[in-house]
Design a protein. Structure first.
Length: 243
């Protein structure tokens, strides 16, 4: 509980710092990326709220620790799917962290700067659907990263690569629409965009809802499918590091 409270405080502090940076940028470049200053500040605090539920900095799954302890061998022989059990656990964690780490920074941003809220039940429903799909994409990616430890002896290298890719290509730093030319097109087509940029744009009413949800659903299906294949693969060959 106290760790979550500390996380909410940290998210709030960094949200305020990011907000002032974005305010300065948008005052110098009004209308950049189709956002006004209030949109940019809203984007800042909404994406700060995503950090905990979507574990944008990595982790959130116990699979690497269970590999090191040897408990993964028991998980693989149970009748329940390792992927499904991990997803259920992750969804519960995401819901809890949304409440204790996501909502407080957003409310603080609303009090300090004023942010945009969705208008109407339809826009709220679209955002909640997009948020859920974003959590699924995030889980599916982190699940693949976690399973890679079955073939590696240390997960720190791949976890660092995942952190860099997620931070840079998700929209966590700045909106992806700021990226120039082909880099912006590439970033917008990668799965990390489905975790942050797309749900943030749905929240702001800047995205076509049908296209946004289809994009997220496609990446969720692809990554979950790869996760299912990887789960089958580790049943045949897995390195147990403990137990």
């Amino acid at each position: 509980m106290w760790a979550a409270v500390a996380g909410a405080f940290t998210n709030s502090v960094f949200g305020i710092l990011r907000a002032y940076v974005l305010i300065a940028l948008w005052q110098a470049r009004p209308g950049l990326a189709g956002y006004d200053v209030i949109d940019a500040v809203t984007f800042c605090f909404i994406t700060q709220a995503f950090i905990g539920p979507m574990q944008l900095f990595g982790g959130g799954l116990t699979i690497p620790e269970r590999i090191r302890s040897g408990d993964i061998a028991l998980d693989l022989v149970r009748p329940a799917s390792l992927q499904a059990c991990s997803l259920a656990e992750d969804l519960g964690r995401a819901a809890y962290l949304l409440l204790v780490r996501g909502i407080p920074p957003t409310m603080l941003g609303a009090l300090m700067f004023g942010i945009v809220f969705p208008t109407g039940a339809g826009q709220w429903a679209a955002f909640l659907a997009s948020f859920l799909l974003a959590v699924l994409v995030s889980f599916a990616w982190r699940y693949l990263v976690a399973l890679s430890v079955c073939w590696l002896t240390d997960d720190r290298g791949i976890a660092t690569v995942s952190l860099v890719l997620t931070t840079f290509f998700s929209g966590m730093m700045v909106p992806l629409s700021i990226f120039p030319g082909w880099l912006g097109d590439l970033a917008s087509a990668l799965p990390w965009a489905a975790m942050v940029q797309v749900p943030a744009d749905v929240y702001l009413g800047k995205a076509d809802v049908a296209d946004a949800l289809a994009f997220q659903a496609l990446w969720a299906a692809v990554l979950l499918g790869l996760g299912a294949l990887a789960t089958q693969a580790i049943r045949h060959k897995v390195v147990i590091q403990g137990g």
